[in-house]
Design a protein around this ligand. Sequence first.
Ligand code: SAH
Length: 345
Amino acid sequence: MLALKSLTFEELQSQLQQRGLERYRADQVVDWVYRKRVASWQAMTNLPEPLRKTLAEQFHLTPTKEVAHQLSAKDGTHKFLLQYADGQSAETVLMPMSGHDTVCISSQVGCRFACRFCMTARRGLQRNLTPDEIVQQVLHARDSATAAGINIVFMGMGEPLDNYDAVLQAVRVLTSPNLGMIGTRRITISTTGVVDRMRQLADSGLRIRLALSLNATTDDDRKRIMPVSARYSIKETLAAAEYFAQRTRHHVTLEYVLLRDINDRPEDLERLRVLGDPSRPFKLNLIPFNPDPRLRYQRPTPARVREFEKGLQGRFRSVTVRWSMGLDIDAACGQLFGKRNESAA
Ligand code: SAH
């Protein structure tokens, strides 16, 4: 069976044609699936009964169960745990923002990159998500959105560039014009820095945005907290990020998770200043670490966070502090795949 939600509009048209069906059926199906959001072929009442039956035998609609849905009383963040046909589940977060809500999606169940400060890393990689499972997260979260439009960030569970083909196909579906979902420049992929894939993505012709999790200022320090990604040096990783910016004409966001006494020292600030030559196409997001009792790191003091913010102004195209949303429901960066999954283990 084919997963309908892993097909772009054109791919769906040609799949229908190959089966001897009329092309306009694609418009009808897409209207039911992406606008009316029905979950079964039976619900598509303007399709003749025999056609519904044929389609149901050949395409599935990515049956998904919402196993948990939490809403933050503090900032209105939603967290969803979605379970797929094989019982695996992944988390999706919706953050209400002015103008556009942000949907933070997962690309894998678990992750094999072993970043020491990240909860998702603790269980290793269970499996890749398929394109339709990625698309389904967006559809599901979008139902709770209140803003007119959405942004999508691949900052949930997993390393998107470690599941490159599926992530790119999901992006093609999400940006497929006839599905009416989102434009490419509203999608950001966040990576630990898989250099070859960053270059491949730059050459892919998809004009999405890129964020790079830098998190350290020397290769040795980076190796300690990001053991897998540090097989690439900071220098070659940033060179790949610059290449991406050149090819796509989008600035690349560097993310820097601030860990107390680990990467928030005066010498780190100084090295970040040097690295952030203002002629380079980089923006900087400082993310104060989201603590968890099972991780041995701590968040820096607010004063230290401000020192970094102030000290780096003018060295990057912009400097922003991202105080995570959804802390009260374990929906913040690095917290997904947290309590529920570990207690079940
Ligand atoms: N694998 C990708 C995307 C998922 S993580 C990546 O690493 O970029 C998204 C962001 O959350 C990354 O910048 C990561 O460094 C950050 N992060 C992970 N754990 C965190 C934590 N406990 N507190 C704050 N940020 C965290």
